[in-house]
Write a protein that binds this ligand. Structure first.
Ligand code: SF4
Ligand code: FES
Length: 236
């Protein structure tokens, strides 16, 4: 017998000029189906107006971040039967402007990263663009930042952060983590100036260490740790 799970999905249309509402849909569920599969089923069979963003369906692209039963998750990485509920509440991420239904505007995350120059920078730009030698690192050097490279920029940590909720100017866990990632990379030549980018009220000192960023990260990245390591560098 087919098992059904009721999806309560947050629906928001900016052109209506009203707050969003919850719409419910009965979704037939099979073993292995993800929340994203359920939303695609709704879109293809029950309501084609539902807006949801996704691409890879394998927890790589970072497009399908949302809240499922109140917790930040990747929809493509969350099995419906694994939730062990007959009702699933699906809502957009917090702390981002909402564009439509489950689709948020990720601009705040990307702008903060851009302002903090979260990419590898070397003094010799020509060499960086067209390297003439290999820039090898030891295992120990790699270990200093490896886990932070697993970030897929899904924004779930930013959505879960209680400080961003109350103080949107806070640079946020993901951007701060990225600053540490490049600070700790032996190939980067910005050096301690990177720490000065974040040694300020809206930077590392505003974190309350709630730890929700690290708790929700689907890739096992620990932004809260990176913020603590940056604080240690700032104190030095
Ligand atoms: S640190 Fe984790 S939760 Fe935050 S954006 Fe990167 S992958 Fe997503
Ligand atoms: S669709 Fe790419 S991470 Fe979910």
């Amino acid at each position: 017998m087919t098992e059904y799970v009721k999806f309560l999905v947050y629906r928001y249309r900016p052109e209506d000029g009203k707050k969003g509402v919850y719409a419910d849909y009965d979704v037939p569920v099979k073993k292995g189906m993800t929340v994203l599969d359920g939303l695609i089923y709704i879109k293809e069979n029950l309501d084609p107006t539902l807006s949801v963003r996704f691409s890879c369906r394998m927890a790589i692209c970072g497009s399908c971040g949302m809240r499922v039963n109140g917790l930040e998750m990747l929809a493509c990485h969350t099995q419906i039967l694994g939730l062990r509920r007959k009702h699933i509440i699906v809502e957009p991420m917090r702390n981002f402007p909402l564009l439509r239904d489950l689709v948020t505007d990720m601009t705040p995350l990307f702008m903060k990263q851009k302002a903090l120059k979260t990419w590898l920078i070397r003094r010799d730009e020509l060499e960086q663009e067209n390297p003439t030698i290999q820039y090898l690192q030891s295992e120990e050097e790699l270990g200093k930042y490896l886990q932070f490279t697993y970030c897929i920029q899904c924004g779930l940590c930013y959505s879960a952060c209680p400080v961003v909720s109350t103080f949107p100017a806070f640079l946020g866990p993901q951007s701060l983590m990225k600053v540490y990632r490049y600070f700790a990379d032996s190939r980067d030549e910005v050096g301690r100036e990177r720490v000065s980018f974040v040694d300020k009220f809206e930077g590392v000192w505003r974190c309350h260490f709630a730890g929700s960023c690290s708790a929700v990260c689907p890739k096992g990245v620990d932004p809260a740790l990176a913020i603590q390591l940056l604080r240690r560098e700032a104190l030095k």
